[in-house]
Write a protein that binds this ligand. Sequence first.
Ligand code: DGJ
Length: 748
Amino acid sequence: MIEVNNGLFHLKNGALSCLLRVTRYGLLEQIHFGAPVETGDVDALACNPGLGWGSSLLLNEADSASCPEHISLAWSGNGRGDFRESPLEMDGSATDFCYVNHRILDAAPAMECGLPQSHGSCETLEITLEQKNARLYLYFSLYETALTRRAVLENLGSDPIELHKLMSFSMDLPGAYHMTTFNGGWAAEMNKTVTPVTRSRVVSESRTGASSNMTNPGFLLSEADANEDSGHVYGFNLVYSGNHYASAQLSHQGLTRVMQGISPANFCAVLQPGEKFETPEAVLSYSGEGFGGLSARMHKFVLDHIVSEYWKDRERPVLYNSWEGCMFDFDQKRLLGLAKQAKDLGCELFVLDDGWFGARNHDKAGLGDYNVNTKKLPQGLAGLSAKVQKLGLQFGLWFEPESVNEDSDLYRAHPDWALTDGFPTITGRHQLLLDLTRAEVRDYIVDNVSRILDTCGISYVKWDMNRHSVAVGKKAHDYILGLYDVLRRIFEPRPYLLLESCSSGGNRFDLGMLCYGPQVWASDNTDPISRLEIQGSLSYLYPQSTFGAHVSASPHAQTLRATPLTTRGNVAFFGCLGYELDLKHLAPIEVQEIKAQIELYKQHRRLFQFGAFRRLKNGWQVSLDGTTAAGVFHGLMNAAPGYEMLRLKGMEPEKRYHLRTRAQKIRVGQFAHLLKHVVPVNVNPEGGVIAAADKRIGLDDGVEGYHVTGSALNSGILLQPLFRGTGYDKNQRTQGDYGSNLYIIEEE
Ligand code: DGJ
């Protein structure tokens, strides 16, 4: 609901309130953003500068409240009294945008420039500010769980405007906060970083041309003592896949200014008279129930208003992906062998990753070409796809359409199609990007990808992009607009295609990409212990159905860490499950385990993919329609470990539940050196007998089950003891390093 009363605007629903007021000087005051309040609370909530603070500039010497520096603003100028960071910089001059009018719209107005935006019903407040040569439209769209904001600048004058910075929003919040950002690099995405916001500005920014693995566009502001279940937490994100910027800074008066938008680094858009520039849409949410409460709101917003209607609650198939198992080394026979095994294990979708086209036998050649490598695939993609489908699997295919290798037919024919910065070329993974700002380049991609999609029986697309860009500033923005044009033209007419975007893993995990495809490949790092951090951090802002999570080989290719297959499965369950390893060398006991994993996942697929996700002290929980699954994960094992508690969240206190573990086996090889104490013969722990037994024999592990009230589960139950070297018992949790258990809890 949006209430307007004499210069006061109140956007309010059950989740949040945004209270704005036009001051008598035409500034837009941010009275409140956060918990729902009453309009009548305005005087109590507003800043009262009293008699002012010395050296500050006043718009009216007779009015100490006319000091822009001291009030809480929803937008601010440059110079002219507000010396905090401004969301807008143009022509190297001061700005002075003042309120002229507003409109209430019963939907969010469509973007004109081709940026993606949230969908679904909402009310929008459009506030128009003006200065001598320009008009600024500020949009506030109110959804059930979030407010979105964006800005549009229009040149009203007769001279061009040089726009150097235009944020999607700016707002001041009373109080001091901690800023949580998610930083990292390749195979190490989403490291949660908490920085207290004080008088020095805290900036979170990407300049790589993409939303980047260095810093995700999503971030949080929280009170210092907020925790998972209580305290004030604000969440922010941007519907954009390019260079982004967010900052937070505490003013001397105790107001925190926060803003977010396209990175202003090297940015310059020239607006001719009458032209407009539109910013991406920013998403702002709030919870008084800690980080968990905020995540629940962000998850709902993403599912309801970002992911397409078709995919928002559609279950995802269990997939097998050829990359980690084969890389470039395959032919049709090998692929079909893997597909048959994948089908036997229970997979539903077979994805052929990189290496199927041109001279793509390594990563130095072939990108840009679309001719199928008939040495590897004599019956072409259509032939392979038909055979895969005959096995009862869907067929999916990898593309990297934005890139080109210098060693490719495309580059030889059109070297000028590569994106350059005017200096000698620099490559990443031996490749260049194509210049997506050029229409003929976009047409080439759309034509080739569409042709293959329409002729090869494809149900799933992995859209990859594997290098940072050389484009900076406005050119980088235009590249992203070009990318969105290509994605829209390919995928809007084919909504049934499951698009998983990828950029060296999670180098472009953002709401912009999620508008076109419901999933993003979270990281090239599939080590489950690394994934606890990557997926755990993603869960602050993105629901688990938006990320692919695969079980891969152990020891892991990037960390060389050995982890139990059970844990690899238990971690991947909390996402869109897939398998990505060479199936040929699986031991019989691993085959059994994978079959059991997939069977359980399918049985509870909706719960894992769409259940309400909660972070626990020692694991994760998902709940849906009376069923809960909880994963409890361990790092390095200590000797003689003590009791461990499983404390669930949100169980109905009065109800009774049946809790049981997912049946797991412990491999006998783990006991190789202990066997001599319990069997009459002294077997060589490193010998063939143990090795053979280890591949085949598993002992029951961690068998546990209770009938218990929701109240006890919320209060915390004590799990069966962990192995202490005092003997084997099937009820004990005999795990070693990186062990885990999965519990299924059903309402009785
Ligand atoms: C990078 C991706 O993240 C991987 O999953 C894989 O698709 C490779 N590219 C293929 O080159």
